[in-house]
Write a protein that binds this ligand. Structure first.
Ligand code: TYC
Length: 99
């Protein structure tokens, strides 16, 4: 059982600290490696070396962390990935999960 004080503190924390969400990029057999590097640089603000490393990790391990953001920012990045991929004819997908 939580005391009134504990519930109040919990409520304050929930108000003050928005949840953090991981944006994960998924591997597939069709998206080009160069395009994934471009996505990581343009949407997730990685430099070329970081982007290439993350892309290779995803290629080998099937998924990879692109960044941790608030819910709305994470949701926007997931949508930007699917839009850019669709525009270029690639099936690349990103998902988000609670950090
Ligand atoms: N597996 C892809 C290929 O061999 C490259 C790739 C890497 C695709 C990362 C998606 O999130 C991805 N062309």
């Amino acid at each position: 059982m939580s005391t009134k004080k504990e519930l109040e503190l919990e409520g304050e924390l929930l108000l003050k600290e928005p949840g953090q969400y991981k944006v994960i990029l998924l591997n597939d057999d069709y998206t080009s490696m160069d395009f994934v590097v471009e996505v990581l640089m343009s949407i997730f603000h990685k430099n070329y070396q970081e982007a290439e490393q993350i892309m290779l990790d995803i290629h080998r391990q099937d998924r990879g962390l692109c960044g941790v953001y608030t819910y709305e920012v994470a949701e926007t990045k997931v949508m930007q990935v699917s839009r850019l991929a669709r525009e270029h004819g690639y099936p690349l997908k990103a998902t988000m999960e609670e950090a």
